[in-house]
Ligand binder design. Structure first.
Ligand SMILES: [Fe+2]
Length: 327
């Protein structure tokens, strides 16, 4: 039962006009054809924004604007059927176009058969002193960022550990890494992304965590650091609020990031150069969460003014599997 990635994020928003302008400026392609709230990405995935209260939105327990449904792409009909059989044991399933939907810990998740579209990426080779991979060739010049994929989606949940265990036992997700007391990074079994899903602790001592189930952010993958920063510059020129932190690189998953406050809820993140992993990856625990959060940031936020202690460990198999029998 292989889930291969995020097919669609459906947002519930208070300000449709601002949300539409934001995602168009962000570089998503408006689908047109009388669907003003629908945007597509190069791999065929979609962002759909709907006004809060729209009858097409599944009932959710998510507080505030943001993603109110995650639609997962599934590799074949047999996998889709196996997922439905599994979840149908103890959840009400609703038929949706191409698959089914269930409400899991307050978040609507749907599952549909999906074959992502192929697309081309050609990141410029990187030079370093003594290692010339690009001779007499300048880097690509760009005008706009065009995100190709939806890399991951993030929610803050009061029961984030139990929710993560459910995703692993019942839906085949893998644990990639743990930030103690902060979050569990989860990978769909048919994906090599370090994580497709991050469950944050809604009760963490961190700005914005108020104990409630909320959408946090979604990550949109671009080719490299140039495309990421071209996108960030374009958004500022269009009048959107820039990131306080600016460009940074996470230590967990090694990804370059640039977060933008998003009028559709939460933040929209440009991402590039992340770790890709498979089942040979050994999950780690970052017991100093901020050490895992940041390798570097352009602007040092108050919570990183003191460099975090360097600390992490590899999880044993017993630690990785802890609590799974209780699901
Ligand atoms: Fe992220």
């Amino acid at each position: 039962m292989a889930i291969i990635g995020i097919k669609r994020l459906r947002y519930s928003v208070s300000d449709m006009d601002a949300a539409q302008r934001f995602f168009a400026d962000f570089g998503l392609n408006p689908a047109g054809g009388g669907a003003p709230g629908l945007f597509t990405l190069a791999n065929g995935s979609e962002v759909e924004i709907l006004p809060a209260g729209d009858p097409a939105l599944a009932s959710a327990q998510i507080v505030g604007d943001g993603v109110h449904e995650v639609c997962w792409g599934v590799d074949d009909d047999a996998s889709l059927g196996a997922l439905a059989d599994n979840l149908g044991r103890d959840h009400a399933l609703e038929t949706v176009d191409g698959g089914f939907r269930a409400l899991l810990f307050g978040v609507p998740f749907s599952f549909v058969r999906w074959t992502p579209r192929k697309f081309a990426n050609a990141p410029d080779p990187v030079n370093a002193p003594g290692v010339v991979r690009r001779l007499n060739t300048h880097r690509k010049w760009r005008r706009r960022a065009r995100p190709k994929v939806i890399n991951h989606v993030v929610f803050r949940l009061p029961d984030y550990i139990e929710a993560g265990r459910f995703m692993r036992v019942r839906l085949g997700f893998r644990l990639s890494d743990v930030q103690t007391g902060f979050g569990h990074y989860l990978r769909a079994s048919g994906s090599n992304n370090h994580h497709n899903l991050l469950f944050l602790n809604a009760d963490a001592h961190f700005p914005g965590c108020d104990g409630q189930l909320r959408f946090d952010h979604a990550n949109f993958g671009v080719e490299d650091i140039d495309e990421l920063m071209i996108g960030a510059n374009y958004m500022v020129r269009r009048g959107w609020q820039p990131s306080d932190i600016g460009l940074g690189r996470h230590r967990i998953d090694s990804a370059l990031f640039y977060y933008l406050p998003c009028p559709a809820g939460g933040e929209a993140e440009y991402g590039a150069d992340a770790d890709y992993v498979d089942d040979s990856w050994v999950p780690r625990e970052f017991d100093v969460p901020l050490f895992g959060y940041s390798h570097f940031t352009h602007n040092v936020p108050p919570f990183l003014e003191m460099e975090p202690e360097w600390s992490f460990k590899y999880l044993t198999e017993a630690q990785v599997n802890e609590g799974l029998n209780d699901v």
